[in-house]
Write a protein that binds this ligand. Structure first.
Ligand SMILES: [Zn+2]
Length: 126
């Protein structure tokens, strides 16, 4: 068969082989020398700074800051215009993320232990 000048786009070039991702282990269709799945290749904000499980949100950091000032949930709630219940939920998440059991343990954490992701809350405008 005579080959024309048109290059076929369905040739071997786009064949994807199943590979398990080097980062998450999930199977994905790999092209060429790809070794991580598409979702692992997408940069996530802050993911290069600290493990995801230890990341605190801006709000959580604010709460940690207030807990360290020995403030009660009620005071923290008033300061952040949230309910006490919400503060408790936040604290629960913070304890889990930082691997502490309670607010005392959180407050007793050496400053350096929290520094990996701890930045003082910035004053929000508005
Ligand atoms: Zn992956």
């Amino acid at each position: 068969m005579r080959i024309s000048g048109v290059i076929s786009l369905t040739g071997p070039a786009i064949i994807r082989v199943p590979k398990s991702c080097a980062r998450c282990g999930r199977l994905f269709g790999a092209m060429g020398r790809e070794y991580t799945c598409p979702s692992c290749r997408q940069p996530k904000a802050g993911s290069n700074l600290e493990p995801v499980s230890r990341q605190l949100s801006f709000r959580e950091r604010q709460i940690v800051d207030l807990v360290r000032e020995a403030k009660a949930n009620k005071e923290i709630a008033a300061e952040l215009c949230l309910t006490e219940g919400t503060i408790k939920e936040y604290l629960h998440n913070i304890f889990r993320k930082l691997g502490v059991k309670n607010r005392t343990e959180l407050a007793l954490r050496r400053e350096t232990d929290l520094e990996y992701e701890y930045t003082p809350p910035r004053r929000q405008i508005g």
